[in-house]
Design a binder for this molecule. Structure first.
Ligand SMILES: [Zn+2]
Length: 380
């Protein structure tokens, strides 16, 4: 895909969004851009090419529009849409305050590690009920397993970024392998989406490295760190996670919130969290990309192969298919994603349960317990 075609390619997504009830009444809903376009190389929104045709202008306007329902005082809604210029690989969130774009009591909702149909759909429902939008940093292997969910998230108006293919710790594996995990993830999610996605990236485990950041700069990929960490993987108790989020938020007063749309605790708290954010006067800022960035052909090929292979396997529906076969096996990978050792990813096979448990139903749907990074102390 050529760079800079994000708006044109979004025509389809925009029409899908319109079909989901997002208003096309743009004039009164279009956000003001007095906040500008964010990135290291800030450019004016007024600098857009004035020669776009009507369709692309409609798509562009819809992409930046705030849904009419977001103005309902009873809804959390969206306060602003911020367009992020990823040129030069800007870094946002956490200690990267030089790129801070949030005002007091503004939050960005982010969900990592999905999609996972059962859980992601419940998160989407809550977001829709509150007429608000989020950013999903998807793992390539999860997107390959659930390509329809990738499209569903985009069609609902949310932003989709990436989070590598196999959720490896990029700081620990060297630049060559890190580059591969990033690029394959970007290609895989893009292929699953069937359209350009946001050039937005989140490091697994929030484990950044200077070398990878330099690569992301060259690739014009914006990186997003966090200000509020739900640590929703540590417990299934939604109440604990809810209190953790709100207590951090009440200290920071604003920020990028990290949750996981594959975690039961987040599914259990999301409605309450959105209600509480609204009640306490927090505002949701929706981040969208200014432009798209191309995938690399050398990774598009294995990504397409993985997508095709998974599609075939899904029809078979065996337990061994719960783990996705990686297209780029690596002898140093501590968790090679092969069907032959899929049992290692299944908690009931890898370690004795504390008490007898019912055998799980065979399914091709990955579960949090199947994902090695979800059993670690810090699965961001
Ligand atoms: Zn993660």
């Amino acid at each position: 895909m050529a760079a800079g075609t994000f708006r044109n390619a979004l025509v389809f997504a925009a029409f899908c969004a319109a079909g989901l009830g997002i208003t096309a009444a743009l004039a009164e809903n279009a956000p003001s851009h007095d906040d500008g376009v964010y990135g290291r190389h800030q450019t004016s929104a007024a600098g857009r090419d004035g020669s776009q045709d009507d369709a692309s202008e409609d798509a562009e306007a819809l992409r930046l529009a705030i849904p009419a329902c977001a103005k309902d005082p009873d809804k959390l809604g969206i306060s602003r849409v911020v367009e992020i210029d990823s040129t030069g690989g800007p870094v946002f969130g956490g200690s990267h305050v030089h790129n801070a774009f949030l005002k007091d009591r503004e939050v960005v909702l982010t969900f990592d590690d999905g999609p996972m149909r059962t859980h992601t759909r419940r998160v989407l429902k809550a977001l829709e009920d509150h007429c608000t939008r989020a950013t999903f940093f998807m793992v390539g292997r999860m997107a390959v397993a659930e390509p329809a969910m990738v499209r569903e998230v985009i069609a609902a108006g949310h932003t989709v970024g990436t989070h590598t293919y196999a959720h490896r710790n990029l700081k620990a594996i060297g630049l060559l392998k890190a580059r591969s995990d990033f690029e394959l993830g970007y290609s895989a999610v893009t292929k699953a989406a069937g359209q350009p996605i946001a050039p937005f990236f989140r490091f697994p485990y929030l484990s950044e490295s200077r070398q990878v950041l330099d690569h992301l700069k060259k690739r014009n990929m914006a990186s997003f760190f966090i200000d509020v960490d739900s640590k929703d993987f540590q417990t299934r108790d939604s109440n604990v996670v809810f209190k953790r989020i709100m207590s951090q938020l009440n200290v920071t007063g604003k920020g990028i919130i990290l949750m996981h749309d594959i975690q039961p605790s987040t599914v259990g708290l999301i409605e309450r969290l959105l209600d509480t954010l609204h009640d306490q006067g927090y505002k949701v800022v929706h981040i969208v990309p200014k432009t798209s960035e191309p995938t690399l052909a050398e990774f598009d090929v294995p990504a397409a192969q993985a997508l095709a292979a998974k599609g075939g396997k899904a029809k078979q529906g065996s337990v061994s298919d719960r783990s996705i076969t990686a297209t780029m096996p690596d002898k140093d990978d501590p968790e090679p994603e092969t069907a032959s050792n899929a049992a290692d990813h299944l908690p009931w096979a890898a370690k004795p349960a504390a008490k007898p448990r019912r055998a799980p139903k065979p399914s091709v749907q990955p579960q949090p317990e199947d994902l090695p990074w979800q059993t670690r102390s810090s699965p961001n």
